[in-house]
Design a protein around this ligand. Structure first.
Ligand code: SF4
Length: 98
């Protein structure tokens, strides 16, 4: 009997496709004097792993794999550190269903 296992999250995310709008990221960080705990938490919360710590210790974003879930927008709503909009039409994530 063969055992089947559900695909891991990373494998599921790999099925999605993205059309990157070069030079026009749809999410930006509004740098403040220091990163808030909310912004730093995005390095763990973002399901696509878009937030990372840069060489200078500050939080950076690479929005290319963004799933447009809006979590970062909500988490940092009070701090105002995230500038968020949907990608232009035709760009962004293309989900694979099934
Ligand atoms: Fe990550 Fe969702 Fe924010 Fe995109 S919208 S960067 S997937 S938390």
């Amino acid at each position: 009997m063969t055992e089947t296992t559900a695909p891991k999250m990373e494998e599921r995310l790999y099925q999605n496709r993205y059309l990157v709008d070069e030079g026009r990221p749809h999410i930006r960080i509004r740098q403040q004097d220091a990163d808030s705990p909310e912004l730093r938490a995005l390095m763990s919360i973002c399901p696509a792993g878009c937030y990372v710590e840069g060489a200078d210790g500050r939080v950076e974003i690479a929005s290319d794999g963004c799933m447009e879930c809006g979590t970062c927008r909500i988490v940092c709503q009070a701090t105002g550190e995230i500038e968020w909009s949907y990608p232009r039409g035709g760009y962004g994530v293309l989900f694979k269903f099934g």
